[in-house]
Design a protein around this ligand. Structure first.
Ligand code: AMP
Ligand code: ZN
Length: 473
């Protein structure tokens, strides 16, 4: 079995991965449980956000190819994430409600479906992956806060129940956060009732009669402390423990989660259980745009729909992402995407031209696995695909079989269109994405209606074991 090496943010080192458990099924395969912090569904995911899930997908594909039984959880944050990660500002869902004049529940449903559509469009393998919603785990979150309360880690302010980070001795250990500096530093804008600047909300009260928020919240629940809603961080601790058990083998997220969100997850989980929360922490670097930050709050974000409008397939973007290791910051430019789209198109065309019926080369396969097992070195694995294509020692049919096998790691060779690597028209692509989302949500009536709409534009949809295929009629 290939040894997998991953860079652990907790130690700052690249380490050999060791499974802690074996699956009860599947002939005692080693088991890996992975938890990935998922989207806050108050808006479309921008292409930077989507890097986090292509990264999670690459991990899953690697473990599957290396003989592991994989349990994967990507949570859907549909409540409690405030506009500032430090528990100030509005709930992002409530903010979207005001923007779109819909209920917070409808907003969450709409953008969750859009997220599933994005994953399908990017060929993310969702088989067996669980996508729990924070609002479905309120009971578990309340139980966790009660445990923390019983153990003396909480205190009450006028707006909620807070975690006292001073009482958790290892607070800030992930990424070696300068906790002292934070606590002694800037206090402007910080909730004055908090004992320490680093303390965070576990449960927030709905502000009621006589206050400016009276009656405005769509999402609120009864709790032992009063009607309210969970803080953002507690959902991940509760859902990871419920669905995977702790310690979780691998926990991931974008690099921005290290200082606050992940240190808070660690504090509440380890304070409650007394043992380690996650064995390996991994973080994907940002996709920047024109050298600056791409963020929903900046209003400069690009979605897969933006790419489709300019004629780029989501798969070209996947190819672009895999061209850098997950931990390397990337700069998105239209020129860089165009270069990736050209390479992606050439690869698709070359594949179409190769005959079926060959055998995959073990040598190439082993090299591809070794590259990806080296802390997900996808750029080297991509380059290897081109080497295989050019290798005269492989017959054309064997090349095709070899690339198909390597693709179980990369997921870039999906034959998504019959138009040989050229993108679908934007409106067809959008309807196809919506249909993929409807199918993920098992909404068959919507899926059939969308097929008819796509047909009206002159395209045919076929459902295959690899997903839907859209081609010109
Ligand atoms: P959100 O939906 O805002 O909770 O973010 C979803 C994921 O995207 C998180 O893992 C973030 O760390 C990550 N993320 C946010 N902005 C970027 C960016 N510009 N590039 C890459 N990842 C990002
Ligand atoms: Zn999380």
């Amino acid at each position: 079995m290939t040894e997998i090496h991953l860079t652990n943010t907790m130690t700052g080192r690249k380490e050999a991965f060791k499974a802690s458990k074996r699956a009860l099924w599947g002939l005692g395969k080693p088991l890996v449980g992975m938890y990935h912090c998922g989207p806050t569904v108050y808006n479309y995911a921008h292409i930077g956000n989507l890097r986090a899930y292509v990264f999670a997908d690459t991990l899953k594909r690697l473990f599957k190819a290396s003989g592991y039984s994989v349990k994967q959880v990507i949570n859907i944050t549909d409540v409690g994430h405030l506009t500032s990660d430090a528990d100030t500002g509005e709930d992002k869902m409530e903010k979207a409600k005001a923007r779109e004049h819909k209920s917070a529940w409808d907003i969450a449903k709409f953008y969750t479906d859009a997220f599933f559509g994005d994953l399908a469009a990017l060929n993310v393998d969702v088989s067996g992956t669980k996508f729990p919603r924070a609002t479905d785990f309120i009971k578990e979150q309340i139980a966790l806060v009660k445990t923390l309360e019983r153990k003396g880690f909480t205190y009450r302010t006028s707006d909620g129940i807070y975690f006292d980070t001073f009482r958790f001795s290892g607070y800030g250990k992930l990424g070696k956060v300068d906790v002292k500096g934070l606590r002694e530093g800037e206090r402007i804008g910080v909730n004055e009732e908090k004992k320490n600047a680093t303390d965070f909300a576990l449960w927030k009260f709905s502000l009621r009669a006589g206050t400016e928020s009276a009656g405005k919240r769509d999402m609120e629940w009864k709790s032992p402390w009063g009607v309210g809603f969970p803080g953002w961080h507690i959902e991940c601790s509760a859902m990871a423990a419920s669905l995977l058990g702790t310690p979780v083998d691998i926990h991931t997220g974008g690099i921005d989660h290290i200082p606050v969100h992940h240190n808070n997850e660690i504090a509440q989980s380890e304070a409650a259980t007394g043992h380690e929360f996650a064995r390996v922490w991994m973080h994907s670097a940002f996709v920047n745009i024109d050298g600056g930050k791409m963020a929903k709050s900046e209003g400069n974000f690009i979605t897969l729909q933006t790419l489709a409008e300019r004629g780029y397939s989501p798969m070209a973007y996947r190819y672009f992402l895999l061209g850098a290791r997950y931990s390397t910051p990337m700069n998105f430019t239209w020129d860089a995407l165009a270069a990736a789209a050209t390479a992606y198109g050439r690869l698709q065309t070359a594949l179409h031209e190769l005959p079926e019926g060959g055998r995959a080369s073990n040598e190439y396969w082993n090299r591809a696995v070794a590259f990806v097992a080296d802390d997900l070195d996808t750029p080297k694995a991509l380059a290897l695909c081109w080497d295989a294509l050019k290798d005269d020692k492989l017959s054309p049919a064997d090349k095709k079989a070899t690339l198909a096998k390597i693709d179980s790691l990369l997921g870039i060779m999906r034959d998504e269109t019959a138009t040989e690597g050229t993108a679908l028209p934007a409106d067809v692509e959008r309807l196809a994405n919506e249909r993929a989302a409807a199918r993920t949500a098992k909404d068959w009536a919507k899926s059939d209606a969308l097929r008819d709409e796509i047909a009206k534009l002159g395209y045919e949809v076929k459902d295959t074991p690899e997903g839907q295929k859209v081609s010109k009629r």
